[in-house]
Write a protein that binds this ligand. Structure first.
Ligand code: ZN
Length: 302
């Protein structure tokens, strides 16, 4: 199994910014140091091309991000200040999911060690999301004839509002989001299937509903490719999540999604998505567990 990483993921931020940027480099280190993946299987994430970004995003938005000419309120909604490094990071993050999707077609599954930027819409970004990696990669697979029917299984604790909006009139891409009802984004979009949780929901409630609805999505939509957003933010120690999943519960979540897709011979591209625990080591453990579950599966695709 291949994973994609770039030093560009680690964006320099102003003093006092709360985003836990250190998690990306530490995750790369952890998966190599613990032997989850050999160093040679962690490859440099390429930058997505401007043309690929325009498969989803409006030319006006892509240009404004590229040239640093977004209006101040649009930049504020994104949550990172504009810089050339921010643009490069955004392109690499999409490029990593594009590369992971192509690798998953060969190997059964592959991982972006960042990504999951699901609050990005066709014409705007918010919540630390500039371009929508999964949406761009889904459209690229369809353009290249690699897959036609795609399911997005979004287990980040926040609703995948950008993804839902981008595919709202596209029946070929099924959007499934499990998220906190009382959480950002406060105005939700309509996914093909939304499963909201009240504050404090724990492992049993979450995993029971995941199992039931995942089966329903795979049966109803019959996808030939799956994108999995394995957010670390449903964790009980998360600063923003409001749910109460344990580290073991999150690993069980990964097993449910990845084992079921493997049993059906469905290729899966995995994005790490959110994770805001003050304990960065916990975020890294949750993500490393996801990668370990994926790496342990056989590489056969139907
Ligand atoms: Zn999130």
């Amino acid at each position: 199994m291949l994973a994609y990483y770039s030093d560009h993921f680690v964006l320099p931020l102003p003093e006092g910014h709360k985003f836990p940027m250190a998690k990306y480099a530490r995750l790369r280190e952890r998966i190599i140091d613990t032997g989850i993946l050999p160093a040679a299987r962690v490859q440099e994430a390429p930058a997505a091309s401007w043309d690929d970004l325009r498969l989803v995003h409006t030319p006006e938005y892509v240009d404004a991000v590229a040239t640093g000419t977004l209006p101040p309120d649009a930049q504020r909604r994104i949550g990172f200040p504009w810089s050339a490094a921010m643009v490069e990071r955004s392109r690499r993050s999409v490029g990593a999911t594009l590369a992971a999707a192509a690798a998953a077609m060969e190997d059964g599954r592959a991982v972006n060690l960042a990504g999951g930027t699901h609050h990005s819409f066709a014409d705007r970004g918010e919540g630390y999301c500039i371009f929508n990696d999964v949406a761009v990669a889904a459209r690229a697979l369809q353009r290249d004839g690699a897959a036609q029917r795609i399911a997005v299984v979004d287990c980040d604790v926040h609703q995948g509002n950008g993804t839902a909006s981008i595919f709202q009139d596209d029946p070929s891409v099924f959007t499934f989001s499990m998220h906190g009802a009382q959480n950002f984004p406060f105005r939700k979009e309509v996914s093909d299937l939304d499963v909201p949780f009240e504050d404090g929901a724990g492992d049993v409630e979450y995993l029971t509903l995941l199992q039931r609805h995942l089966e329903d999505v795979l049966t109803r939509h019959q996808p030939d490719f799956v994108f999995y957003l394995a957010g670390a933010d449903p964790y009980e120690g998360d600063r923003l999540g409001r749910l109460k999943l344990t580290i073991d519960g999150l690993r069980r979540r990964d097993e449910i999604v990845l084992h079921r897709c493997a049993a059906l011979g469905l290729p899966v591209a995995i994005s790490m998505s959110g994770g805001y625990a003050p304990d960065i080591d916990a975020i890294v453990t949750i993500h490393a567990n996801t990668i370990a579950v994926a790496a342990a599966l056989p590489t056969t695709v139907r």
